[in-house]
Ligand binder design. Sequence first.
Ligand SMILES: Cc1cc2nc3c(=O)[nH]c(=O)nc-3n(C[C@H](O)[C@H](O)[C@H](O)COP(=O)(O)OP(=O)(O)OC[C@H]3O[C@@H](n4cnc5c(N)ncnc54)[C@H](O)[C@@H]3O)c2cc1C
Length: 487
Amino acid sequence: MALMTGKQYRESLNDGREVFIDGEKVTNVAEHPSFKPIVDVKARMYDMAHEPENKDKLTTRLEDGEVVSRAYKAPKTKEDLTAIRNHVETVLDDLGGVVYRVGDETIGEMWSLYDAQDKLNEINPTYAKNIANHIDRVAREDLFHVSANTDPKGDRSKLFSGKDGGTLLHVVEENDKGIVVKGAKFETAAAYAHQAFVKPTILNWEAGEETMAPFACGFIADMGAPGLKHICRTSLGTGKNDTDYPISTKFEEIDTLLIFDNVLIPWENVLFHRSLASAAYIRSTLHRYSAFNYVLRVLRRADYLLGTALLNVEQTGLTKLQAVREKISQLINYREGINAHLTAAVANAEVSPGGLMMPNQSLLYTGRVFALSNFPAMAHLTRELVGGQLAVTPDSDTFADLAIQEYVDKYYSVGEWSAKERGKLLYFARDLLNSSYAGHRTTFELFAQSPPFAQQMSVFNSFDMEAQREMVRKAAELKPTVPVTNL
Ligand SMILES: Cc1cc2nc3c(=O)[nH]c(=O)nc-3n(C[C@H](O)[C@H](O)[C@H](O)COP(=O)(O)OP(=O)(O)OC[C@H]3O[C@@H](n4cnc5c(N)ncnc54)[C@H](O)[C@@H]3O)c2cc1C
C-alpha cells in the first residue's frame, strides 16, 4: 500500500471506534470540533509527504523499493538518524507549532522491542516474527501509531512489590484466536490514531512472581477494535478564538482513557505474553529511540520561548539593558544545550543489540533530563521577560471595539508596532506560557515519557561509570580488586 493521503487518513477514522467526550458519543472523529484541529494537522503531515518539495525529506524506500514515511524506517546508520531529525524539523517548520504524539515520536518503542529479538526467540519465536511484521506493516500501511504504557493504577502501595498487579491491564483468557485483555490505559491521541503498542507499566518486574504473569503482556491494539472505548478529556482549544489562543486552537492533542473491555487481541498482534523478562526489558529500553524525537520537540519549544522573549524585549526596547541581555543568553544556553545533546547523540550513535543505529544513549537520556528539568525555569524566565501584560491584556474583540480604539492604540502601540501586532504577540505568549493549554503542556512534558524518577534511572543505567571509578582508584591508589556492586 502506498503512502496515505490526508483524505484517506480522515476516512480511515470511520472504523466504528467508540469515542466519548463531553457527555457525547462522537460519530465522526475527523469532523468533531474537539478533534478536527489535530486531525487536520495529522492530515497535513500525510499530504506533505506527497509534495515534490517535501518528499525527499519526508519519505524513503524500504529494501524492496517501496516508498514509506521517513519516520517509519528503522535507523541503520547515523545518516538515518540525521534524516529522522530533518523529518521532524521539516514537519514542525511547516506546521508552525509543536505536536508530539503524531506517529513518529512513538514508533521507536517497537524498534526497542525489535532489538530484543534474541530474547523473544528464546521465549517464543513467533513473538520476534510478530514484532518484525508489525514494524514492516506500520511502514507499508503508513499507520498512525501511538503508545500505551500507563494504567490508572489505583492504590500504588499494592504495586510496589511487583507481586500484585491490582487492576492493571491483564489477560483474562487465551483461545485459538488470541488473548482476551481487560484493563485501561491513558493514551494521548488514541481517538484519532490507528494502533497502539500496549505494554506493561512501570513496576518492579524483576521481582515479579508467577502470579504476575497475566499482567506481563505486550501487543498491538487496533484503535477501532470491538470492546475498546475511548473516554476523552475535554479539549482546551475548542470554542476559543484563534487570534486570542493561536496555539491551543490548532495544536491541542487530546488524551484518552482507553478502556479494554474484554478485547480480543489476535495472536499475530501479540508481541509477548506471560513474560516477566520481556516486561522488565521493555521498561528499561522503551525510549531508546523515541526519546530522540521527543527531545527534538522540546528543542522546538525552547525555540518558541527564546523567540517570544526576544521579540517582546525588542518591542519594548529592553534589549538595551545588560541585565536583560543576560537573561536572553540564559535562554540561548538552554536552547543550545538541548541542541548539543541531540547533535552529539547522533555523532556518537551506537549500534544497538539488534543491529540498528541508536542515538548515543547516555547523551540522549542526559539531554532529555536537561531539557525537561530546566523547562519550567526557562518558561518562567520568558514570562518574566514578557512582563505583566502577558496576563492583563484584553482579548482581540475588546481591542477591536471602535469606542475605545484611541486608548488601545495609545497604550498598546510601541514604536513601529501597532497595538494589533503587539496584542498578537502577547496572545501568542499567553498561549505558550499562561493558558490552560500551556499548563497542560507543562504537565505533559513532566510525565509523557515517564515520570522524572524513571528518566533519572535511564541516565543512571545508560552511563558507563567505569572510567570514573578507574580514575579515582588510580588517583587514590585504591586496590583494583574490590568488586563493584550495583544497588
Ligand atoms: C498530558 C499527559 C499525557 C500522557 N500521555 C500518555 C500516553 O500517551 N501514553 C501513556 O502510556 N501514558 C501517558 N501519560 C501517563 C504518564 O506516562 C504517567 O502520568 C506517568 O508515567 C506517571 O504515572 P502516574 O501518573 O500513574 O503517577 P504515579 O505512578 O502515581 O506516580 C506519581 C509520583 O509518585 C512518585 N513515584 C511513583 N512511583 C515511584 C517510584 N517507583 N520511585 C520513585 N518515585 C515514585 C513520583 O514522584 C511520581 O511522579 C500521560 C500523562 C499526561 C499527564
